[in-house]
Design a protein around this ligand. Structure first.
Ligand code: SF4
Length: 370
């Protein structure tokens, strides 16, 4: 049964009620059941009842992460190929409704960016576009992956959803990971955030990880945009989605990211702001729920937050990010998607990790190992 049929039977208000009814004994049981992958336990861990247990959750999550991943941190860098977009997501600087200069990199410009990035030591590249298939569609992405593959050991994409055949072709040409965030699982409010353009098709987006699984792509990255809807409820739906995918597409690896809304061009304000303590609760809840899932934290977060949070469950971090196309070779703030918060250079991030006893990992995967 497709995941959409499963969650259509799960009522948003009932899940909300279940989470807010959890008790301290439910939380204590969830802490004892660490690694169970049980959704009832996850609901307890993200509930308000778990707030007084944050220190315990942090220690447990830290220990589980070190046991499974050691003292390592994968580092990756996003490369924005295009800021053109035919959607009008209410929360995004790239919305076609925003007055913004648009740019799609030529293949020569992509290589120029790649050389600038390569000098900083990265081996894991995340290619990002808006959704504008006329300029940055499947053929363009395929060519970009082919062009960059000889220079990087790991290439990921965060672009418009595609068909299983397209994912399979990209994977055959060296693609490692596809990140596709549902933004919110709340079907009722989803259209208010995505009023025009193909991203308004809730079902097609929700079914994308299944198409990626069918195409046997190495890894899928999931996430909700923190700040749109109640993070406790949205994250519970994401946990259900993760479990469904793990059971049905067990050859694929999974990661979860924690994008929190950041200032950008336009004036969208988070409906449900997520505090630092709540974000720590969420990160540690995922780790206690699933010992193996990879957890990612981007430069959307501040230096202070990242330095404190990364040891509590995170396994990969971006560093030195620019969110505008062409930003590594020639910085252009007027083209960016959002303002990053951690502006340290990649070397500064790596030095911090080393001084803290962690090993920054630039390369952790090679096609020959698949
Ligand atoms: S979130 Fe993505 S799809 Fe939506 S406007 Fe921004 S770039 Fe376009």
């Amino acid at each position: 049964m497709p995941f959409i049929d499963t969650i259509e039977k799960v009522d948003w208000d009932s899940v909300t009620h279940d989470i807010y009814s959890r008790t301290p004994s439910d939380v204590e049981r969830a802490l004892c059941n660490a690694g169970s992958g049980n959704i009832q336990d996850f609901m307890a861990l993200v509930s308000p009842a778990a707030a007084p247990y944050l220190e315990q959750m942090a220690q447990l999550s830290h220990g589980l992460t070190q046991k499974r991943f050691g003292k390592t941190m994968q580092l990756y860098i996003p490369l924005y190929l295009s800021n053109a977009c035919c959607n009008s997501c209410a929360y995004c600087g790239f919305s076609h409704k925003n007055q913004l200069k648009r740019r799609t990199l030529s293949f020569d410009q992509i290589l120029e960016e790649a050389h600038a990035i390569k000098r900083t030591g990265f081996e894991h590249l995340l290619l990002v576009t808006g959704e504008y298939p006329k300029e940055a569609g499947f053929e363009y992405l395929l060519k970009a992956v082919e062009l960059l593959r000889p220079h990087f050991s790991q290439i990921s994409i965060e672009v418009q959803p595609m068909g299983a055949q397209e994912y399979a072709a990209l994977s055959a040409n060296g693609l490692n990971t596809v990140y596709v965030y549902q933004e919110t699982y709340n079907r009722e409010t989803y259209p208010t955030y995505h009023p025009t353009g193909p991203k308004g098709d809730y079902a097609y987006r929700l079914e994308t990880p299944e198409r990626i699984g069918k195409a046997q792509v190495h890894r899928v990255g999931l996430g909700v945009l923190l700040g749109l809807e109640d993070w406790r409820v949205d994250s519970t739906y994401l946990a259900m989605h993760l479990r469904y995918l793990q059971k049905n597409y067990w050859k694929t690896k999974y990661s979860v990211a924690f994008p929190r809304l950041r200032p950008h061009t336009g004036n969208f304000q988070p409906n449900f702001p997520v505090s630092d303590r709540e974000l720590i609760q969420l990160i540690t809840a995922y780790r206690i729920f699933d010992e193996n899932v990879e957890l990612a934290l981007s430069t959307r977060e501040s230096v202070r937050f990242r330095n404190n949070a990364y040891k509590l469950g995170i396994t990969s971090m971006s560093a030195g990010s620019k969110t505008e196309p062409g930003g590594y070779a020639n910085e252009r703030k007027d083209l960016e998607q959002f303002h990053i918060s951690d502006g340290r250079t990649p070397q500064e991030v790596a030095d911090y990790l080393r001084n803290d006893g962690y090993e920054p990992v630039w390369k952790d995967w090679d096609k020959v190992l698949q």
